[in-house]
Ligand binder design. Sequence first.
Ligand code: MEV
Length: 319
Amino acid sequence: MATGIGFGKMILFGEHFVVYGYPSIASGITEHTIATIEASNEPGFTVVDNRNASKEYKDKYRKKQRDSIQMMNKAIWGLDFEKTPIKCTLTGNLLCASGVGASAASCVSMARAVSEHFSLGYDDEIINKCGLEGDKAYAGNPSGIDNTCSTYGGFMDYKKNLGTGPHHIQPITTKKKLHMVMIASKKMTPTTVVIEGVREWGLANPERFASIMAESIAIHGMGMIALKSGDLDTIGKLMNRNHELLQTVTASRKELDDLVLLCRENGALGAKMTGGGRGGYMIALAPDESVQTRIADAARARGFELMTPIIGNDENNGE
Ligand code: MEV
């Protein structure tokens, strides 16, 4: 049996603006999707989706999942699944909802398992390309940040190249570990719809859009310094400001804003929506493990599902 892994991710700064070629900061999380592939008697590429996800999420994305497999096959794999049928089972501890890179994680995990099953010998660079091709079915013309986090994991500075050259991908070493809470809002809007909404808002408000982009660049710059110097207070403040920018360009929604407030009331240094928005996940930065637990408990008590990833490095412990 062949297996492949794809990590989830969180965007700390710059989602949506990254689509326009502005810099962003994101991190893979250890929560992941696993694809297991075996030969099948059923013709074609059969998917058994046992991921931890709501029925709504799976139903809404079922067709896009089929499309993503076809797109990866057409662009890179070039396989005939009628002649060599396979069954692909998706599992893992990633709680799938929009904003956590679940679609990219599924594509990357499938590409790794396909490579192993058919002895294709793909390296990470090709796997990352598969992830991007597959994610196009879900996100239209994605920036590539999700598949990159899903393939390589770790903290990164990411900037899309709007031309034909490679994207800027630079690993970041943080001075401190970041205790995060990622809460799924129970609401969902396809990423393509939000990206289009943000684009329309930008066209209707060109001057404000330009100044928001300029501020996003500043947030990125200050964020890099804060991450490298372990200044958690500043990272939190920048997350709060980034959330306001995303609210302005219509990427947030009341349910996400309410969760952001809940996290701040329970001691978060900063909180914001993450990823596509208008539903899906939001993230909060806790100063330490005990506040992380307090925030998580407050959200769980209100019936929300969540994950508590710890991202980044800890210089003092050599990690
Ligand atoms: C989705 O996780 C992040 C967006 O910026 C889209 C993209 O970067 O492709 C909204």
